[in-house]
Design a protein around this ligand. Structure first.
Ligand SMILES: C[S@@+](CC[C@H](N)C(=O)[O-])C[C@H]1O[C@@H](n2cnc3c(N)ncnc32)[C@H](O)[C@@H]1O
Length: 338
């Protein structure tokens, strides 16, 4: 029961500590360039599966948040997963809210195809659907007109968001920082919530750590230097987004400003200690490789040489083989009720 809308395409940008690793060749620091999200499937699946224990904890917390507001999981009948990627969370949401239709919304059809495949493989095909849409254009505000698959639209109340329909839960993980005007998109998404509905945005948190301060190579503190240059790169990426608007990234404040109440944030730790398993090493290696592509030109020659050594799978000091590689990070989830 996939619904497919054709909105403008043209995926944007990349991520740094604001989520997972930055993406893709062809970026240069300080300049926005289009990212082909459609080719990101395998990376997104690996990342989302690695983070799945965290996502499960987050969803458990959301069930508690609903219960605190007098809602049982069965009362949650429609969920929007905004920027669903490969659908790992989409399926976990469908399992956690067993009477809900869960709609995966994304700008990349190949990723939505992965969602459909994943849902079918888990016996969730009848409750998981997909919607091709690009924020913010795909979430135009409707003035009382009916919305696709939305349930009832309320005359005169700008509660319904055209194309997305209404929802009891709007979930979005590591997506909104890819949209030029973050305040505007929070406001649009808030209008999709049914009364008593919950918004859950994963943004911010802590940058991924994967090596000790002193790794016995080059000058100690490589990771901190990488984080600093990636912050600069991230700022350039945001500045290059269509409609880029600077906003104080106070997510609870943005939720409250969108008319939602009882904004609360909580952080969840992903703690994979050394020695890191194979999937964790692949993820760290892929992330480090992207860091190098994106900001290598801002690092010293010595740091670049160390990065090359870390990325060399045959080198005993490389990420693939060294004993001290780990993965530690935190995701922050911001919630509020309609
Ligand atoms: C970092 S990934 C996160 C994927 C997924 N939420 C997860 O947690 O694994 C960002 C996702 O947002 C989607 N995306 C990026 N910009 C978008 C936009 N403007 N509108 C809709 N989706 C967008 C991308 O296609 C990608 O799937």
């Amino acid at each position: 029961m996939a619904q497919t809308h054709s909105h403008s395409q043209g995926p944007h940008a990349a991520q740094t500590q604001h989520g997972d690793a930055p993406h893709g060749p062809g970026h240069s620091h300080g300049h926005h360039q289009d990212l082909d999200w459609a080719t990101e499937g395998p990376r997104l699946v690996r990342e989302a599966e690695l983070y799945q224990p965290v996502t499960e904890q987050v969803i458990g917390w959301l069930r508690e948040r609903f219960e605190a507001a007098g809602k049982r999981p069965d009362d949650v009948r429609r969920v929007l997963d905004i920027g669903s990627g490969s659908g790992v969370a989409t399926c976990l949401l469908a399992e956690a809210f067993p009477r809900a239709e869960v709609v995966a919304v994304d700008t990349a059809q190949p990723l939505l195809d992965l969602v459909t495949e994943r849902a079918a493989g888990r016996g969730l095909g009848d409750r998981v659907s997909t919607l091709l849409a690009e924020l913010p254009d795909g979430v135009a505000v409707s003035e009382g007109t009916d919305a696709n698959g939305a349930g009832s639209a309320t005359q005169g109340e700008e509660r319904v968001v055209a194309g997305l329909g209404e929802a009891d839960l709007v979930w979005s993980r590591k997506v909104l920082h890819h949209v030029g005007d973050q305040r505007d998109v929070v406001q649009r998404l808030a209008r999709a919530l049914r009364p008593g509905g919950l918004m859950a945005l994963t943004e911010g948190g802590l940058p991924m750590r994967f090596l000790p301060r002193d790794i016995g190579l080059g000058h100690p503190g490589l990771q901190a230097r990488l984080n600093a240059v990636m912050e600069e790169w991230f700022e350039g990426m945001r500045a290059g987004l269509p409609g880029s608007t600077r906003v104080v990234e106070d997510w609870p404040g943005l939720l409250s400003g969108a008319g939602l109440s009882r904004a609360t944030s909580r952080s969840f730790l992903l703690d994979l200690p050394a020695p890191l398993g194979a999937t964790g090493r692949e993820h760290v290696t892929a992330s480090l490789s992207r860091f190098t592509e994106l900001v290598g030109d801002l690092m010293t020659a010595q740091d670049i040489a160390v990065l090359a050594q870390l990325l060399d799978s045959a080198d005993p000091e490389g990420i693939a083989r060294r004993e001290d590689a780990f993965l530690l990070t935190a995701e922050t989830v911001h919630t509020a009720y309609a």
